[in-house]
Ligand binder design. Structure first.
Ligand SMILES: Nc1ncnc2c1ncn2[C@@H]1O[C@H](COP(=O)(O)OP(=O)(O)OP(=O)(O)O)[C@@H](O)[C@H]1O
Ligand SMILES: O=P(O)(O)OC[C@H]1O[C@H](OP(=O)(O)OP(=O)(O)O)[C@H](O)[C@@H]1O
Length: 235
């Protein structure tokens, strides 16, 4: 009697698992990333950097690698869940989510900025250690909460997705926690930078399970990015 053909529950070999998926963030990191990707030998078959395109997943000239283009915060989510095996995102995003499934082996040295507390320039000088509660507008609720909790202050978070700088003058919050690079956005909105919570650069991130199940393929990509950075930094 013929044996029934078993339905595969998981791919027999890593090659059967399909191409490795690299999640790239839309926006400013993508602009800075182009030369690093080129040095790493990643040439998307279509124009992944054309943000007017409605396409979100792109083949590359390597059949074993596809690229997806998603929001910066979502890079971490795709990689943490293993939908993408590797990705690139800011350390701010990694700090905010703190996903145990993500391993960040390489600092790409791009997207340099900091996560800082800011307040109105005309705010009276005040000693934060005397506060018990404070309202904070931010798109980083976990970072902000942890920062103030470590100082014994309970932060009431107003969660915004952008334009945090408007919050103090419009009575939404006393402070903001946001990214600062040149400081011009703060200045243009009557704010000044206070404590720097963290310095930020973009990182190569990897799903830990994928690294265990496909160590050669993913290890090879980490090595290619490492070599690309060394070549860039040697110039
Ligand atoms: N002013 C800045 N200077 C340098 N790097 C920055 C700056 N702002 C953001 N970044 C870095 O770029 C990442 C993406 O920021 P960007 O502003 O492009 O996207 P976003 O506006 O947060 O995303 P979305 O449009 O999806 O909400 C941030 O997570 C951070 O690591
Ligand atoms: O210190 P600066 O050089 O002024 O940079 C800081 C600004 O850059 C980021 O905003 P972005 O330009 O990404 O706009 P968005 O928050 O609306 O996405 C950040 O949220 C700040 O608003």
């Amino acid at each position: 009697m013929d044996q029934p053909i078993p339905t595969p529950l998981s791919p027999a070999t890593p090659e059967d698992a399909g191409p490795i998926v690299l999640a790239l963030p839309k926006g400013r990191i993508l602009d800075e990333l182009g030369p690093v990707l080129a040095r790493a030998g990643i040439a998307p078959a279509s124009d992944y950097a054309d943000e007017s395109s409605r396409r979100l997943r792109f083949p590359t000239d390597d059949p074993a690698l596809d690229v997806i283009r998603v929001r910066s915060f979502d890079v971490a989510t795709f990689v943490a869940h293993g939908a993408a095996q590797i990705g690139i995102c800011g350390a701010d995003v990694l700090m905010e989510f703190d996903y145990p499934e993500i391993y960040a082996p390489l600092d790409l040295g791009i997207g340099r900025c900091r996560v800082s507390v800011a307040e109105p320039v005309d705010a009276p000088a005040d000693d934060p250690s005397r506060w018990s509660r404070i309202t904070v507008a931010t798109k980083y609720p976990n970072i902000a909460q942890r920062h103030f909790a470590a100082r014994g202050v309970q932060a009431e978070i107003v969660h915004l997705n952008g334009a945090m700088e408007l919050a103090p003058s419009m009575g939404l919050a006393k402070l903001i926690v946001d990214l600062v690079q040149t400081g011009s956005t703060l200045k243009a909105n009557g704010l000044r930078e206070g404590e720097v919570i963290a310095h930020v650069t973009s990182r190569l991130v990897v799903n830990r399970t994928a690294l265990k199940t496909r160590p050669e393929a993913i290890g090879a990509w980490i090595a290619r990015f490492r070599a690309a950075l060394a070549e860039r930094d040697a110039r």
